[in-house]
Design a protein. Structure first.
Length: 864
């Protein structure tokens, strides 16, 4: 095939007398080109009106004497000058292949010019513009101009085309490959590199590595899997490229030793493993030894030169520099062995660079390590550890939130905090606690905006103190942005903490070694499913079991049981990309329970499930409490109420309340809810009885029905009425038949009401943090400006000899119809305790500013 190609190409043959080609061709019809219809064979213009007749005779002769096909007048169009022709071509593209412009200068000189139309599409090479249209029109124009000037209509000549004589092109194929082959081979290597980067980007976007890291995947295993894949793929690409070159018998591949060329290509592709391109002329001599495409390009040059002569480069001759006979002096700074060494060195260099950057750069895959992490013995031994603070070269911890001055800490929250601090002071860890969070802070630095100004830092978690006991389920509630997911991210090592710490079974989340140990004993169901769409449910669990290091013999049994538990056994072989949202969540829950983890973190696990499936998953979660701690986040108050042993509600990055569901309902709920169902068969007597029942509740408890109809009535009873409940409901029960009551239910308010009340407090704090002021009208008739949400306020101008600090009031807050905070009233004025360091704001003659007092400073003052 190679020989046939050379014979077919005249450049590759010795041509002392090339063949002559007759060019006596007619002007072709315009329909032979890709033009619009109707079309013109050619158009023309003439400059001089005095000689219009002579130019017209020339055009008529061209049309009449066209060999084999006279051109009809309808196929030719004329213009006065070239400008008109250009304008017509612009307005009528692809209508004529070109134009002939004639200028009658004098009796002996007629000038002409040919203008091809670039808007016409030609089929190359059979319709090459030069041979198909320009040459026939030029021959016809010159022939008829000459006949007109000499006055002989039979005047004629022959026109032909003959190439210059030349010897056979020397090393033509080698020269072509020198310029094009190197580019092709480089593009092949870049395509492999691009595919690798694309896979890494997809892996990052879908957070697949993050999921595997949380399951306990070692970085070593991760990189070795990538390395094994790249070794196999680069081997196949190199082999496939070699086979293509040999199949088409390119001299570059046939004359050089197979192993010499294959090693150069294979090592080049392998050394592209995560290499970053850079250019710097000053250090080029160093860079050329570490950037893989430079030695590879030199190898292609050497092999191209060697392939231009027989027998090419052999394996034994790989240390010799092939000589180009056309070059007088050649630099021989590389040999093939030297290139192999450089490519292998580049591979290991860039692998180490990738590993180093992967460890120190912040990412979603784990806590970044210190730039000198490899100098710490704990990194190599797996014992001890070191703190990977965000205050290293890629972060800072100075942006810590200021203490909140408006809303007080809840008594149960303070009790939880003090309990943890006591164990810290004693240097002990509570043996009944699985997770102990110690003042956890997460702050995101401000960003540079369009005005080149840095926005204030955002405090996502502001000093969280909480215990997650063993054998219990702790539910973390809060609206979007409250800090729940950030807290979970800190516990799982996805996000580094800015301050404080968290111990999970005595392992610190601030230590990279500690986090490695933590990931061995936790299971996580993330907020958003992190699954491979091409893998089935069974394959997912099998993969995670292997990452956890479970016994291979027991993996099939474990996988089958987990799929049965989450009701996915029938869909075990189906790709997860075909699963519904609820099925994907169930698969994520099953993955979180792999390996019998000591801590299970479930971030909104039942999102998207139907009620029946949700109830089934609740049973699985409930049965999984024994022997482990479970942390649950959810937006379903019913789910939290059913599953939780303790609940903590977060808002604005802080823990606002903590306790059992009953404790929270008692403290933050609206009170007790009484539901009474009535006999539907009772007539007018029943109506009178219900009125008597209303009077009883009004007399005994001072409450009105919140909701009522013919079949039931609902009352909401405040907590302070609890001592009266026994007497009131005793009377109701004694007169149950008289009232026509068929069923009585008494319970606490719902957890949803607790959540809404906490949200109301948060709204007031948000208003205060934004320094919004409202007017407080005092019973004395005076008015002062106070920050929105301020609870205790000093009144300026009330100082006296008896009360040198002045007077203060407690402000009662509520909500208006739109949910915004509003003042409901205030307590009687009380003296401000002596010794308080008050921050007195500036007041004006027309506007008094209230003095905000922190609740902790007046804890002993009674306002009742």
């Amino acid at each position: 095939m190679n020989h046939a190609i050379n014979r077919a190409n005249p450049e590759n043959r010795d041509m002392p007398d090339p063949a002559y080609k007759n060019l006596l061709q007619p002007i072709p019809p315009c329909e032979e080109f890709s033009v619009r219809k109707p079309c013109y064979d050619f158009v023309w213009s003439g400059e001089s009106s005095d000689s219009k007749r002579r130019i017209q005779r020339i055009i008529d002769a061209i049309m009449a004497n066209n060999p084999g096909r006279p051109i009809p007048p309808s196929k030719v169009k004329s213009f006065k000058n070239q400008n008109e022709t250009d304008a017509w071509f612009l307005n009528n593209p692809a209508v004529s292949p070109g134009a002939l412009h004639l200028v009658d200068r004098n009796t002996t000189v007629i000038s002409y010019g040919i203008q091809p139309n670039s808007s016409v599409v030609y089929i190359i090479p059979s319709q090459e513009t030069f041979l198909k249209f320009q040459i026939p029109l030029q021959i016809a124009a010159e022939r008829e101009i000459a006949r007109t000037l000499v006055g002989d209509q039979n005047f004629n000549w022959t026109v032909g085309l003959k190439p210059f004589a030349h010897p056979a092109a020397k090393n033509s194929q080698g020269e072509i490959f020198l310029y094009l082959g190197k580019l092709c081979l480089l593009l092949i290597s870049m395509q492999v590199f691009q595919n690798q980067l694309s896979n890494l980007i997809i892996e990052k976007e879908q957070k697949l590595r993050q999921a595997m890291n949380i399951m306990g995947l070692y970085d070593t295993a991760y990189w070795l899997s990538w390395l094994a894949w790249e070794i196999i793929m680069t081997f196949l690409v190199s082999l496939f490229t070699m086979l293509i070159g040999l199949r088409f018998r390119f001299r570059f591949f046939t004359r050089n030793n197979f192993l010499v060329l294959f090693l150069a290509m294979y090592l080049n592709l392998l050394s592209m493993f995560l290499a970053k391109y850079m250019q710097d002329e000053k250090i080029f001599k160093i860079i050329k030894h570490i950037l893989p495409f430079i030695p590879f390009g030199r190898a292609v040059d050497m092999l191209t030169t060697a392939s231009s002569s027989d027998p090419g480069m052999s394996w034994k001759g790989r240390n010799n520099c092939p000589q180009d006979p056309d070059e007088v002096q050649q630099e021989c700074d590389f040999t093939m062995d030297g290139i192999y060494i450089r490519l292998i060195g580049a591979f290991f260099l860039w692998l180490l660079v990738a590993l180093y950057l992967d460890n120190i750069l912040p990412s979603e895959n784990g806590i970044p390590k210190s730039p000198f992490y490899f100098l710490n013995p704990g990194y190599w031994t797996g014992r001890g550890g070191f703190e990977a603070l965000e205050s290293g070269i890629f972060g800072r911890t100075s942006w810590l939130p200021k203490p909140e001055m408006i809303m007080p800490d809840d008594e149960d929250v303070l009790k939880e905090e003090n309990k943890i601090k006591k164990f810290m002071d004693d240097g002990k860890v509570d043996p009944d606690v699985a997770v102990q969070i110690r003042g956890l802070v997460k702050t995101y630095p401000g960003k540079l905006d369009k005005k080149l100004e840095i926005s204030p830092p955002f405090h996502s978690v502001k000093g969280l103190w909480v215990n997650f006991p063993k054998d219990q389920l702790f539910c973390l509630l809060g609206h979007n942005g409250a800090g729940k997911t950030t807290t979970i991210s800190c516990l799982t090592g996805i996000t580094p903490v800015s301050g404080g710490d968290a111990l999970i079974y005595d392992h610190s989340v601030r230590s990279s070694v500690g986090m490695s140990n933590i990931r061995k004993i936790i299971g996580v169901c993330p907020q958003f499913d992190i699954l491979w769409s091409v893998l089935s449910g069974e394959e997912h669990l099998d993969l995670f079991c292997n990452i956890k290091g479970l016994n291979p013999d027991s993996i099939p049994t474990i996988v089958h049981k987990l799929l049965e538990d989450v009701q996915l056994a029938k869909s075990a072989k189906v790709r997860s990309g075909s699963y519904s949202g609820g099925m994907r969540r169930r698969l994520s829950v099953a993955a979180a329970l792999i390996g019998d983890p000591k801590l299970v973190i479930l971030d909104e696990p039942t999102t998207g499930m139907d009620p029946l499936t949700r109830r089934h998953v609740w049973d699985i979660i409930e049965s999984s409490k024994r022997g482990r701690a479970i942390v649950l986040t959810t937006h379903s108050m019913e789910e939290a109420d059913v599953l939780s042993d303790r609940i903590g509600i977060m808002a604005k990055g802080r823990l606002r309340c903590i306790g059992t569901p009953i404790r929270l309902k008692m403290r933050f709920g609206t009170g007790f809810v009484a539901n009474m169902n009535f006999d539907k068969n009772v007539g007018e007597t029943g109506n009178r009885s219900r009125e008597e029942l209303k009077q009883l509740f009004k007399r005994q408890l001072d409450v009105e029905p919140m909701e009522e109809n013919k079949l039931y009535t609902t009352y909401v009873i405040p907590h302070e009425k609890e001592p009266l409940l026994k007497k009131a409901f005793g009377e109701v029960q004694d007169r149950q038949s008289e009232f026509g009551i068929t069923d009585i239910q008494l319970g606490l308010a719902t957890l949803e009401e607790v959540f809404l009340n906490i949200a109301k407090q948060e709204e007031m704090e948000s208003a205060a943090s934004e320094e919004r002021f409202v007017t407080l009208s005092l019973t004395s008739g005076a008015s002062i400006q106070i920050p929105m949400g301020a609870r205790f306020v000093g009144i300026p101008g009330t100082e006296s000899a008896e009360n040198p600090q002045g007077a203060m009031v407690e402000v009662y807050w509520g909500e208006d119809d739109s949910g915004a905070p509003e003042i409901l009233g205030h307590s009687p004025e009380k003296p401000i305790p002596s010794g308080l360091n008050l921050n007195i704001p500036k007041s004006t003659a027309t506007e008094l500013q209230g003095i905000v007092i922190h609740p902790s400073q007046v804890s002993d003052v009674s306002f009742t």
